[in-house]
Write a protein of this length. Structure first.
Length: 217
């Protein structure tokens, strides 16, 4: 069975989107479990009260055992509540991936591919979108989730439940700045040991992003 990854040519590291993450100075402070505690409630409330839409620049590093150096990509990320996502890559190639109304589209080398409802890739993006809109309940059941805080950053770990999803996603880790409650990094680890780091910068809140941004034609 083809997954979204089948349509993306190497060295594109977009085995699914989003892809976003890290080993950084943030780890100098110990993360503590906050599930059900005051810090958890505050995180959920702040994310839920956040902007309806946002955009951000991102730098993505794909670390693969077959590469001597990590593959480096840059672009712009767009998100609109409740669950519309656009990854717009500008370096080293122009590639766009969107998820809107549970439909996944990819534009590469001038060609548009509609992947449709790819269950595994879609579940991962839906999970990221769900976190961004402040819905931190475990109701979906697609991922087991754990919440941590170190005084400066929140760390959310997502472990896939379904066996098919676990074949290409080992874990998703999302880092959120406690000062302004913006997502700064996401780490996507694969069962093979390969991983993707995505660093976000220049985050801009937007009152509105048009549907056309999330539909490829």
């Amino acid at each position: 069975m083809k997954t979204l990854y089948s349509y993306i040519k190497p060295p594109m590291p977009v085995k699914f989107f989003i892809s976003l993450f890290f080993w950084s100075a943030g780890f100098a402070l110990e993360y503590k479990d906050i599930a059900g505690r005051e810090e958890f409630v505050k995180l959920a409330e702040k994310l839920a009260a956040g902007p309806l839409a946002l955009s951000a620049d991102f730098t993505e590093e794909k670390h693969m055992s077959i590469l001597e150096q990590p593959a480096l990509l840059k672009g712009v990320f767009y998100f609109r509540k409740p669950a519309s996502i656009r990854w717009e890559y500008h370096e080293p190639h122009d590639t766009v991936i969107v998820m809107h109304n549970k439909k996944i589209q990819l534009r590469q080398e001038g060609k548009i591919i509609t992947v449709g409802e790819n269950r595994q890739a879609g579940a991962a993006n839906e999970e990221i979108a769900r976190i961004l809109q402040g819905n931190l309940s475990a109701a979906t059941g697609a991922f087991l989730q754990r919440f941590y805080f170190n005084g400066q950053k929140y760390m959310i770990e997502l472990d896939p439940v379904e066996k098919k999803t676990r074949t290409f996603i080992g874990k998703i880790t999302i880092y959120i700045n406690a000062a302004d409650f913006t997502v700064t990094r996401i780490v996507i680890s694969e069962p093979s040991g390969d991983y993707t780091n995505i660093l976000f910068s220049n985050v801009n809140n937007a009152a509105r992003l048009e549907d056309s941004l999330f539909i490829l034609k």
